[in-house]
Design a protein around this ligand. Structure first.
Ligand code: FAD
Length: 404
């Protein structure tokens, strides 16, 4: 059924009462639609419209919103599973969903009873609004803890003008969440998070998105001009939101999408090996050891994500634990580890499938998976992360037991 969009560009209210089935069934339904259109989305470099119509139909955009505001209060663990499912179907769909949920986590966990933010959360749940993210600015690349453009107060409003070099699905989103310098006098690392709805800003197109992979994210560049109620600025300093919510959520949710890409590639490899064996009286293809290797690294990926997820769940409500260097370095390194392992896994899958995996016109092609997963080490460059972590970790004693 063709989705009916409201004037605001969102689906009509779902209401928690109308939600059907378990979360995993709803994610599966969305994954199936995403998978059906993944090739076309990639080839045309277009927004995965059909997948997001289904995601909205399944009410999956507002699941993290508290029940009192019309949502389902889904946990990070549940969101991570949805990201994993969607990543298997279509990497761009999975990543867009993950980016939306990272922003949702920041708002939900740091609302501090703000009526303006609660009203936005209500709308997200009722109208299934999709939020984009703007952290990359000018030529600063992925240094999220530094902003150039500053918030300018104007009565009970604020304005912001920002060179937003990369905003995924910027034109398709119903709103966005941006970092900004607190004021014109503030240093670059004194930042706030500002929540904007479509009516609060304009985007002037600066740069397109013709990339190797993740083509459906349409991560174009814009000049962002915003005017919004000051109350839409999160009261908590971004520094704290960054370490308590933004980094852990991003690394877990992006990581689940990249693991999903790896799982999909391994799935194709499994089908390829079976096919060869069926057609050659049980003989395995020459690259079969790479299939087992891919299975092994996929197992590592899932294990690392599961362990980091557990650590985050234990630390979430413990401010001291979450701020500790031990937790921060674990969750920061998770991004590096998952992106490298996911890339290794997809490369093993490609080598297992040989020419059938290398071809773009084969049912066992690994081409799209490889192009998509190659975005993971550079989505905040791993080298930047490793270099930044070197100095603070120098004074940390190394663990003396395996379980520590
Ligand atoms: C699929 C995908 C989706 C993305 N979606 C979003 C999004 O929705 N919103 C968003 O905000 N960002 C988005 N990004 C951008 C991402 O957050 C990082 O900004 C980007 O990956 C660059 O990271 P990096 O600077 O660590 O790496 P690099 O690619 O190594 O650096 C980026 C560029 O900036 C230059 N550079 C870096 N630092 C400086 C400096 N101090 N002075 C001058 N030049 C410098 C580098 O030379 C390089 O050209 C996305 C990236 C990807 C791959």
């Amino acid at each position: 059924m063709e989705a009916q969009r409201s004037a605001a560009g969102a689906m009509p209210a779902q209401g928690p009462g109308t939600i059907r089935g378990s979360l995993s069934d709803r994610a599966k339904a969305a994954r199936e639609v995403a998978e059906r259109h993944a090739g076309e989305v990639d080839a045309q470099g277009r927004f995965p419209r059909e997948a997001f119509d289904e995601i909205r139909r399944q009410g999956l955009l507002g699941i993290m919103v508290p029940r009192a505001l019309g949502g389902e209060e889904a946990s990070v663990r549940q969101i991570v599973d949805v990201c994993y499912a969607l990543g298997q179907g279509c990497a761009s769909t999975g990543l867009i969903y993950a980016m939306h949920q990272v922003k949702m986590a920041c708002i939900v966990r740091h609302t501090r009873g703000s009526a303006a933010l609660e009203s936005i959360l209500r709308r997200i749940a009722a109208e299934q609004l999709l939020l984009a993210s703007s952290t990359t600015e000018g030529k600063g690349g992925g240094n999220v803890r530094s902003s150039d453009a500053a918030i300018v107060p104007e009565g009970d409003q604020v304005t912001l003008e920002r060179a937003a070099t990369v905003i995924s699905y910027g034109t398709e989103a119903d709103g966005l969440v941006t970092t900004a310098r607190r004021s014109v006098d503030a240093p670059p690392n004194d930042q706030v998070l500002l929540v904007l709805l479509k009516s609060d800003y304009t985007l002037e197109w600066l740069q397109g998105w013709d990339t190797l992979g993740m083509r459906g994210t349409r991560s174009e560049g814009f000049k962002l001009r915003a005017r919004a109620p000051a109350a839409q600025m999160l009261a908590e300093p971004y520094e704290r939101i960054h370490s308590a919510t933004m980094v852990p959520s991003a690394h877990l949710m992006w990581g689940a999408v990249w693991t999903g890409i790896a799982a999909a590639a391994v799935g194709r490899t499994q089908a390829f090996v079976r096919d060869v064996m069926r057609n050659s009286r049980g003989q395995t293809p020459p690259g079969v050891a790479h299939y087992t290797q891919a299975l092994s690294t996929l197992q590592l990926l899932r294990g690392q994500l599961a362990s980091a997820l557990e650590r985050y769940e234990q630390a979430m409500s413990d401010e001291k634990k979450i701020a500790s260097l031990e937790f921060q370095s674990t969750i920061t390194l998770l991004k590096v580890q998952i992106s490298e392992l996911a890339t290794t896994t997809v490369l093993s899958a490609l080598r297992a499938c040989g020419l059938s995996g290398y071809r773009n016109d084969s049912e066992f092609s690994i081409g799209r998976h490889l192009r998509d997963v190659l975005s993971s080490p550079i989505m905040i460059n791993n080298e930047r992360i490793l270099a930044n972590l070197a100095a603070p970790s120098l004074m940390t004693p190394l663990p003396t037991t395996i379980g520590a």
